[in-house]
Design a protein around this ligand. Structure first.
Ligand SMILES: NC(=O)c1ccc[n+]([C@@H]2O[C@H](COP(=O)([O-])OP(=O)(O)OC[C@H]3O[C@@H](n4cnc5c(N)ncnc54)[C@H](OP(=O)(O)O)[C@@H]3O)[C@@H](O)[C@H]2O)c1
Length: 282
């Protein structure tokens, strides 16, 4: 089990990729809880540079590393496999190596894209992963390496993230001209998840048994229905057109069904989305 407090002091957590979409929401949540957060970015700690990681970790002495840094563009990962491999597999191996050497707990954020999407009910942590795209393969390779090498780890799978920082499905849609035809697939099903809810979910995992967890907002929806909800909540009349996933994604395959079984431990995605929208300034 995880020791939340060591010698009466709340633990030090090092976060990789801290200025990405999730990192921007996770770090303040951790700080608000009183954790000391060491934020590292692509610029300050490239996860492909083992010597640098070791030096920073030796100096800052974190008890936990939350590894967010990743090559996250699923389409580019298909064509730029070498780079996706270097960051998502080799980079994760570097983080695992330093965790093992320094007895650090690792929290790894993984993805619903490790599953094939052939199921029609939520994927449980016991379901067999079988990714259909290269990004999913690299994230699964990271998961497998962690399980082989470490005993103190949390692998947290999530999907369909959106937040106020960075690029995501919500901001992508809202940046479009609503009068143009906006084609969205109605045969891709997932659970939209707000980064802030994931951040609090990550925090709530601390202290639980080490292993794999699924954290996402509850409920399931097609991309098309999610797009309808986005425009409706933002009060925009958009020219939405239904299409099929295979018609728009020519380069990369995605699982058609990527809902994760979260034991209904997290609130419904509609409610989370409305809270997100109320705070949005775009
Ligand atoms: N977005 C989703 O729907 C989703 C779903 C499931 C799981 N996840 C996982 O959640 C984590 C966070 O994702 P996100 O959505 O916040 O992605 P993001 O916004 O793309 O953030 C990824 C961060 O990693 C950094 N990074 C890339 N290469 C690096 C390297 N070599 N060394 C150090 N940092 C590097 C990026 O910096 P630069 O931009 O400067 O390169 C960026 O700050 C990732 O592990 C992702 O696989 C995301």
């Amino acid at each position: 089990m995880y020791d939340m407090q060591q010698k009466g002091v709340l633990m030090k957590i090092l976060v990789t990729g801290s200025n990405g979409m999730l990192g921007e929401d996770l770090c303040p949540v951790l700080e608000d809880e009183g954790y000391e957060v060491i934020e590292t970015t692509h610029k300050t700690m490239d996860v492909t540079n083992y010597e640098l990681i070791e030096q920073i970790v030796k100096e800052s002495k974190p008890e936990t590393i939350i590894h967010l840094a990743a090559y996250t563009d699923t389409e580019k990962a298909e064509t730029n496999r070498e780079e996706a491999h270097r960051i998502n597999i080799d980079g994760t191996k570097n983080i695992v190596k330093v965790c093992k050497k320094q007895n650090i707990t690792l929290v790894f954020i993984s993805t619903a894209e490790v599953f094939s999407g052939e199921k029609n009910k939520p994927y449980t942590v016991n379901d067999h992963p079988n990714p259909v795209n290269y990004y999913g393969k690299t994230k699964l390779a990271g998961e497998e390496y962690i399980q082989e090498e470490l005993s103190k780890y949390y692998i947290i799978r999530t999907g369909w993230l959106y937040g106020h920082h960075g690029h995501n499905f919500v901001t992508q849609l809202l940046l479009k001209n609503p009068n143009d035809e906006i084609r969205v697939s109605d045969d891709e099903i997932g659970s939209p998840t707000w980064t802030v809810d994931l951040a609090t979910g990550i925090l709530s995992t601390f202290g639980k048994k080490y292993g794999i967890y699924h954290i996402c907002n509850s409920g399931e929806v097609s991309r098309y229905e999610f797009a309808e909800e986005i425009f409706s909540v933002f009060n925009i009349k958009a020219n939405l057109v239904k299409c099929k996933l295979d018609e728009i994604n020519k380069v990369v395959k995605h699982p058609k069904y990527s809902v994760l079984d979260n034991n209904r431990a997290y609130r419904d995605w509609h409610i989370a989305f409305r809270d997100f929208a109320a705070l949005a300034d775009f």
